[in-house]
Design a protein around this ligand. Structure first.
Ligand SMILES: Cc1ncc(COP(=O)(O)O)c(C=O)c1O
Length: 367
């Protein structure tokens, strides 16, 4: 990945596996905690359907604009079909949508720290002026709606990830309601809800986005539904705005395997509710163990499948390097905030064996 051309992301573990996929059994030897993919498999009924029909699914053109998947999303999320736009992951939808939401020179507010793709696309692709709303470490990086709204006084766009990455915390339903009531009427709000299904019930704003013209929700099916490799995501917004985007959205952008798996996943809410419950248990355990490691100075509160923590010497970059030698890939968060200086790491919450390896690698690296 060339940082001059793209935002910095995790995913370096593919170098250890082999970027030309010669021997995928190597995936068992690495702990890919530098990306936030689910530690669990997709719903067994999704896996079974794909397994049963794989060659046919591989050679067949999918429904052109994912008509059936869109209907299933609408039914399962309780929103009108006309408020949904599908894409091959929310990443591709960002590149379609932002040029219609912001102009060169217009003012956009981002969070600090925050997922890096947004500053890349708004500053470098669209050419916005970007102001970063600083979340306070002392408050566990939880947004304060009043302070946030004050920073949006002159902005035409607020972009937030809720719950946020890399912090894991965010605004609950009450906080979001307050923020929306305080924002100036000319300011649109993009809420990236990639991790919202890990959070307590009631945080999701999809229904608000379907009725409030100012609000757009970006919903990835990568992480919570364990479909990162398939690339499925959607936007929820005002039907008029969605209708303006539709002619620009390419045909067959969501592959057939992805459409079938996503439909089956949405039909299996009980499986994912259990995955969420177990993820919470594992996160609480991992946070406790991390906090007890000498050299870990703070572990921040999280409602997601990942944890942000602050480290002292030998510094985040060196710790990442040492862990890598042990097959454990963690994320150095320097690129996610101008305030981070070789002192913040993020780890995904994984299964018990991988979490044990993460803790052991960190113990050695910090020592
Ligand atoms: C906050 C956030 N938004 C969006 C994405 C991209 O998601 P997708 O797989 O839907 O493109 C990621 C991926 O890591 C993410 O962390």
């Amino acid at each position: 990945m060339d940082p001059a051309k793209h935002a910095v992301h995790g995913g370096d573990f593919f170098r250890a596996i082999g970027e030309e996929f010669e021997d995928l059994s190597r995936s068992g030897a690495v702990v890919s905690a530098d990306v936030l993919d689910a530690w669990y498999d997709p719903s067994p009924q999704a896996v079974e359907k794909v397994r049963l029909w794989l060659p046919w699914l591989m050679r067949t053109s999918p429904p052109t604009h994912g008509e059936g998947l869109r209907r299933v999303i609408a039914r399962s999320r309780g929103i009108p079909e006309e408020s949904i736009l599908l894409g091959s992951g929310t990443s591709s939808l960002m590149y379609l949508a932002f040029p219609t939401l912001a102009d060169r020179g217009s003012l956009a507010v981002l969070l600090d720290p925050m997922y890096g793709e947004y500053s890349h696309i708004l500053e470098r692709v669209v050419g916005c002026r970007v102001v970063r709303h600083e979340l306070s470490a002392a408050e566990g990086f939880r947004p304060d709606p009043d302070r946030q709204a004050a920073d949006c006084r002159d902005a035409s766009l607020l972009v937030m990830v809720n719950p946020n990455s890399p912090t894991g915390s965010g605004l609950d339903a009450e906080g979001m309601e307050r923020l929306l009531s305080l924002l100036p009427s000319g300011c649109r709000v993009w809420i990236d809800e990639t991790y919202v299904d890990f959070a307590p019930e009631g945080w999701c704003c999809e229904r608000i986005a379907a009725r409030d013209r100012r609000v757009i929700v970006a919903k990835s099916m990568s992480k919570f539904y364990a479909l990162s490799g398939l690339r499925v995501g959607y936007l929820v917004g005002d039907p008029e705005w969605i209708a303006r985007l539709e002619p620009m959205s390419p045909p067959w952008s969501v592959g057939l395997i992805a459409q079938v798996a996503a439909v089956e996943a949405l039909r299996d809410p009980d499986y994912y509710a259990e995955a969420r419950r177990i993820t919470e248990e594992k996160r609480v355990g991992l946070a406790r163990e991390l906090a007890s490691l000498p050299g870990v100075e703070a572990v921040y509160p999280s409602v997601t499948n990942f944890l942000l923590f602050r480290v002292g010497r030998p510094g985040a970059a060196e710790i990442v390097r040492r862990c890598r030698e042990l097959g454990v890939f963690l994320r150095n968060c320097d690129s996610l905030s101008p305030r981070f200086r070789d002192d913040h790491l993020r780890t995904a919450v994984k299964d018990d064996e991988a979490n044990r390896r993460i803790l052991e690698a960190l113990r050695l690296a910090l020592g």
